[in-house]
Design a protein around this ligand. Structure first.
Ligand code: MIC
Ligand code: SF4
Length: 621
């Protein structure tokens, strides 16, 4: 049978299959973690009592919590470095760059499976690896050599035709697709790109597209590995990693989408959701206060060539603050060497550290009601650190031109080739450390043990602690930002912030009321992989989440920490009394306050059912 590239890689890594439940378990070749999820992942890994990682390669990055306002983040960095050294993990120190950018440059290999404790791990699929985001515990298990289980994904074939016009960017391709498919359109699917248009896209552009596939809720995205990949790997000094990979001609996709690249124009994700997509030309009178260029979506050398071509000889508008964060040391070196950095500085840009920075609310929060244009991938409510800010996600070209003009502007038709794309890639790797297996693990006082959770039981009463709408993100559930992120290794403390941006009283109410449930509509838990969005509510006594549907990574995180995800469309008000009873086959939820019962088939595999029975995956070791 003709195969998609997705199933060629999946089948080559298949360990077992559960066709009845539509699941498959695969071998993971490489893992990545970042600091904001990594401390938990490594605490989990340490609890297994294994002497070293069992993967071909594991890399631990520090890129999120780099603002060291207090000892906590620095202590986490030290913990991560010592764990990495002791257990055989490559360590990428703060300043080396954003995990996904560096992983594409230095480590991702075509045809390999990569599991990362970050939802944007699929960025590495730009070189033809199958890279998947997961909760920290899934990655800890993979580092211990265990297979990773996924729903057998449907494969969406996206045929790219022709080539982009001047001023139109890879970012516009993925924003366009998110507009078509919505933020829930990719759940349990892999988005596979093919067609003549593919060869017009460089690896960094492919990586941008795969990166933001996370905003479709997709399991992964995938590009073939071809001559362009080969050249990219050669420039990175990794030609031996190259392997040609493509789908079988005439393979059948579960869904087909065709995009004529020549017909696209600049598009933007408008506040507050990546799928609120509009043409940039329709936004042209909006005044801009802040422009930020960077993040794992758009911080490659390629992106800065475009940006510098627009900024060359120009000054940014006096009312705009332009912040620029090159994605890695390598990118920073390249733009320094060939004069791009000078152009940026002369235009009035503020140069930020090579890290996630403002993307995760680590500084650069916009002013009250400000309009912020970002080349990032998420504009969820509150994520910038300013709840009233209006965040638009755009291409680097739109961002740069708008920074000059002071209002949202379309670069359609602009020739942007002032600087050569054809340059040497420095491979200094000064901030990458190979393990010596000699360190002792150092754990600062803010790193607390993961709480032990009791099983929720098969019949319990609970109160509705919050009743929510569609598309609730993990940024709603467990906000990030400079104030909260330092507590990622302290569950008791971070639990005070659960839902704090939308319901300040949530955590107190939970602690006062004992057992609770969360009620929501579709796509609950979209966005990040942070397992804190499950662990912290569990700590507050949440036993179940009742939602019409769930995002893939979050559903797994809930089960991993013993919270029951119940797929049910239920109307409930705050503090309604609920009873939940279930066995292996069925579940009954009764809203005792409203006198209404709902019965359903239990949507859990036997393995997942057992995890709920024992109070979560950590209780099985
Ligand atoms: C994000 O972009 O939201 C993050 C921060 O990178 C998260 C991980 C985290 O919360 O630490 C992600 O995307 O998984
Ligand atoms: Fe970092 Fe933002 Fe990318 Fe998340 S989306 S990994 S916070 S740059």
């Amino acid at each position: 049978m003709k195969k998609t590239l997705t199933y060629k890689i999946l089948d080559a890594h298949k360990v077992s299959e559960d066709l009845e439940n539509n699941k498959m378990s695969i071998k993971i070749d490489q893992t990545l973690t970042q600091d904001a999820t990594g401390t938990m992942a490594y605490l989990e890994f340490l609890s297994f009592g294994i002497d070293k990682v069992k993967t071909d390669l594991s890399v631990s990055y520090v890129d999120h919590n780099t603002l060291q306002n207090g000892f906590m983040n620095a202590d986490d960095h030290k913990f991560l470095q010592t764990v990495a050294d002791k257990y055989g993990i490559v360590f990428s120190k703060a300043g080396n760059g954003i995990c996904h950018q560096v992983n594409v440059e230095r480590f991702a290999v075509p045809g390999r499976t990569i599991l990362g404790s970050d939802s944007h791990t699929p960025t590495s699929s730009g070189v033809g690896a199958l890279a998947i985001g997961a909760g920290g515990l899934g990655v800890a298990c993979a580092m211990a050599g265990m297979p990773f289980t996924i729903v057998r994904p449907k494969v969406v074939g996206v045929k790219l035709l022709n080539k982009l016009r001047n001023g139109v960017s890879a970012k516009d391709i993925i924003i366009h697709l998110i507009g078509l498919m919505t933020v829930k359109g990719g759940v349990n699917k892999v988005i596979e790109y093919y067609g003549d248009g593919v060869k017009t896209l460089s690896v960094p552009e492919r990586a941008t597209i795969c990166n933001m596939g996370a905003e479709l809720g997709a399991t992964s995205s995938l590009f073939p590995s071809d001559e362009i990949t080969k050249e990219f790997l050669r420039l990175q000094g990794r030609e031996e990693d190259y392997k040609e990979l493509s789908r079988d001609e005439d393979c059948i996709y579960d869904e087909d989408i065709t995009i004529d690249l020549a017909s696209l124009e600049p598009e933007a994700s408008c506040p507050n959701s990546p799928d609120n997509v509009k043409l940039v030309s329709l936004l042209k009178d909006i005044k801009v206060d802040q422009v930020l260029i960077g993040s794992c979506t758009n911080s490659s050398y390629y992106d800065f060539v475009k940006v510098a071509s627009i900024l060359k000889g120009k000054k940014i508008h006096k009312d705009v603050s332009l912040g620029i964060a090159p994605g890695s040391q390598q990118v920073l070196q390249m733009i320094t060497k060939n004069g791009i950095l000078d152009v940026l500085l002369e235009s009035g840009a503020r140069i930020l550290e090579s890290a996630c920075g403002p993307c995760i609310g680590m500084g650069q929060s916009p002013a009250t009601d400000a309009v912020s244009l970002r080349t990032f991938n998420r504009n969820f409510y509150g994520r910038s650190g300013t709840n009233s800010a209006k965040v638009y996600l755009v291409s680097p070209e739109v961002a740069a031109l708008s920074a000059v003009n002071g209002y949202i502007s379309s670069p359609l038709g602009m020739e942007l080739n002032e600087f050569s794309m054809d340059v040497e890639y420095p491979k200094c790797d000064s901030l990458l450390y190979k393990p010596t297996f000699k360190s002792e693990v150092v754990m600062g006082p803010n790193i607390k043990p993961i709480p032990k959770f009791l099983p929720i039981g098969n019949n319990f009463d609970a109160k509705v602690m919050i009743s929510l709408e569609d598309n609730i993100t993990t940024d709603h559930i467990m906000p990030a930002g400079a104030k909260v992120l330092p507590y990622r290794s302290n569950i008791e403390k971070i639990s005070e912030f659960v839902f704090s941006n939308i319901d300040e009283g949530f955590s107190k109410r939970c602690l006062e009321n004992g057992a609770g449930v969360i009620v929501a509509k579709t796509n609950y838990g979209q966005g990040s992989s942070r397992e804190h969005a499950a662990i912290a509510p569990r700590y507050l006594g949440i036993k179940a989440v009742i939602a019409s549907s769930f995002a893939r990574i979050h559903k797994k995180n809930l089960i991993n920490f013993g919270i029951l995800p119940i797929e049910l469309d239920m109307d409930a008000d705050l503090l309604d009394e609920i009873n939940v009873s279930f066995d292996k086959e069925t579940i009954k939820v009764t809203n005792k306050t409203k006198g209404k019962s709902y019965e359903r088939v239990l949507d859990l595999t036997p393995e997942e059912y057992n995890l709920i029975q024992v109070g979560g995956l950590l209780n099985t070791f």
